[in-house]
Unconditional design. Sequence first.
Length: 283
Amino acid sequence: MGDPQPQPLDRPPPTLKRPWSWYGLAVGGLGGLVIGGLWAWWAEVAQNYLAPVVVFPLLIGAGTGIAVVGLVRIAQIGHRATIVASVLLAGSVAALGQHYVTYLDSYYWHRGKAFQALPAGHDWSAVVDRMVPSFGQYLQSQVRLGRPSLLGYPAPAWLVWLSWVVDAGLTVAAAVAVTVPAMHTPYCDRCRTWYRVTRNGKIDLPTSARLARLAGVVLPPQTRSRRYRLSNCHGGCSATCCELSWEDAQGRLSVVQFWLDAAGRGQVAAALDTVASETDEEE
Ligand SMILES: [Zn+2]
């Protein structure tokens, strides 16, 4: 194959900053509220059927985190602190909102039945409203009742509060744990979009050695499952991110990342075009 050696860029392009914006704050804030509210409502429905201790708040948190990642990708929000604030808000609303949804479900959404039981011909709404406890009174009554504990004893009040705090902490932690790794994907400051994979596949040994030279690494003597991945911002205005991965003889996965300008991208693409992409032979 012809060998005009493309040059990688010395460092990631300077456009890969994460600008703050009112748009990001508004969408991240509102989206966090909506996502948290939906997951709180869903959790309230689901826990009537099954709510294993520890696992349930982790699942609710993971689902909330996945939804926030989807939101920031679709809305193209790149600012790290905005994303973290959004997921903290969504996780907190999902965790604490469950109590509020249960409260609404117990006292507000079925108020029609109370009216049916009262004699007709009079507006009873003021009376019914006075009978309904406030959210604070409802929480205190829940604490007095106690959560069913493992040993069958009603839990003391401090333990109920503690268990709510632990549940909320697990939910928020799981949401953050899902979201933070997703922020490592590059983001272009010029067209304000996340990078997406434009091309990927398996490559043969000579091509992987070429890409490794570009990345400034030396491949081990035996490699398998050699793959490449090219990604770009939607506008194609920033450098191309190229990833090369392989497994060594012991099956350990290595990944290197480097950046290419337009000329380098064209040369790498031409080299990849000549490769039989299904090749995955042992050396
Ligand atoms: Zn761009």
